[in-house]
Design a protein around this ligand. Structure first.
Ligand code: MLT
Length: 321
């Protein structure tokens, strides 16, 4: 089969595929250049590159699009389905890396690590400026989205002495068995009836939901108005889960902070120009959608991509569809 990699893909996993397939590496494709590059590929593997309806229409042989990551929101799935093209992903494979970044953002925001570093690099010694009232020990963290990443984050937050809160899962369509497993795994878990209650109680809110029609702008003006003064919103999920205009207004109006790895207007490839009033807001720290950017996570993701390709090539079956 012909496989097109639109983003960087590890060498060892490429070698495993090269024996049986024809590989094309185009690690810098964006949404537009993909349209001309896709050609007669049977399988397309993407990480950051957006896959539009136009790219899908331009493909002459495409059967499978693999998102080397959990979220598939950057792929026009409805159009792929219309054309009979399968979309698979690698859920859970980068969960620890994303949870670790969320922890890092929480600690950095709490202790002003980004500002202090900038200050230090500019030759300033400002020991007094960066002392805080208390740390995160004993604080409450509200986790929205309690899947693989949310649970990995909860385990780490527990180790830091935080209390864990979430929204009642049955309200989100989870079975009572899944609900029971969750309370067995996190015995002290506090479950709130709704998002407003979670916002009112928690010192930190961390988002770990996928982006879909149910989670679009889940964090809206109403939610932000309920957040406690001095609380922190962490987003390592998708920019679109937050109403960014409402967050900007809330940051101007009240003393809350945000730590963001994801934004609505991210470039359509791994590199590009980026301007965001949110990213430059003084109460915000941020990174470049790098939650999954560890070699360890990318290796686990790439192994799963190889399994998906083998399953399709050998048995016409789609893993993680
Ligand atoms: C994901 O959807 O798993 C992450 O966005 C992955 C990534 O950034 O590669």
């Amino acid at each position: 089969m012909k496989i097109l990699f639109a983003d960087k893909f590890p060498a060892a996993q490429q070698a495993a595929l090269a024996a049986e397939h024809t590989l094309t590496n185009s690690p810098a494709l964006d949404e537009h250049s993909l349209v001309t590059a896709i050609g007669d590929a049977d399988i397309l593997v993407v990480r950051s590159t957006k896959v539009s309806a136009e790219a899908i229409d331009a493909a002459t042989q495409l059967k499978l699009i693999i998102r080397a990551g959990a979220g598939t929101n950057t792929i026009d799935k409805a159009h792929a389905a219309e054309k009979g093209i399968a979309v698979c992903n690698t859920p859970g494979k980068n969960a620890i890396a994303v949870a670790e970044l969320a922890m890092g953002l929480m600690l950095a925001a709490d202790r002003h690590i980004a500002d202090a570093t900038q200050d230090l690099k500019s030759g300033q010694w400002n020991k007094k400026r960066y002392s805080v009232a208390d740390g995160i020990y004993g604080k409450s963290v509200g986790i929205i989205g309690f899947g693989a990443i949310g649970q990995a984050f909860a385990e780490r937050a527990l180790a830091f002495g935080m209390s864990i809160h979430t929204v009642i899962r049955t309200a989100q369509g989870s079975s009572s068995l899944a609900q029971q497993r969750l309370t067995d795994q996190f015995p002290g878990l506090t479950q709130h009836p709704d998002l407003a209650s979670l916002a009112r109680h928690c010192d930190v809110i961390s988002l770990h939901v996928p982006f879909n029609e149910h989670t679009k702008q889940l964090i809206d003006a109403e939610f932000l108005s309920q957040m406690k003064p001095n609380s922190l919103l962490i987003n390592t999920s998708r920019g679109e889960v937050v109403d960014e205009a409402a967050l900007l207004a809330a940051l101007d109006e009240k003393p809350i902070k945000a730590a963001l790895d994801v934004f609505c207007n991210e470039p359509s490839a791994a590199t590009g120009e980026f301007n965001s009033p949110l990213a430059s807001h003084p109460q915000v720290i941020g990174t470049h959608h790098i939650g999954a950017s560890t070699e360890q996570a990318q290796t686990a993701v790439a192994d799963n991509v190889v399994e998906i390709i083998a399953s399709f090539a050998n048995h016409q079956q789609f893993l993680n569809r």
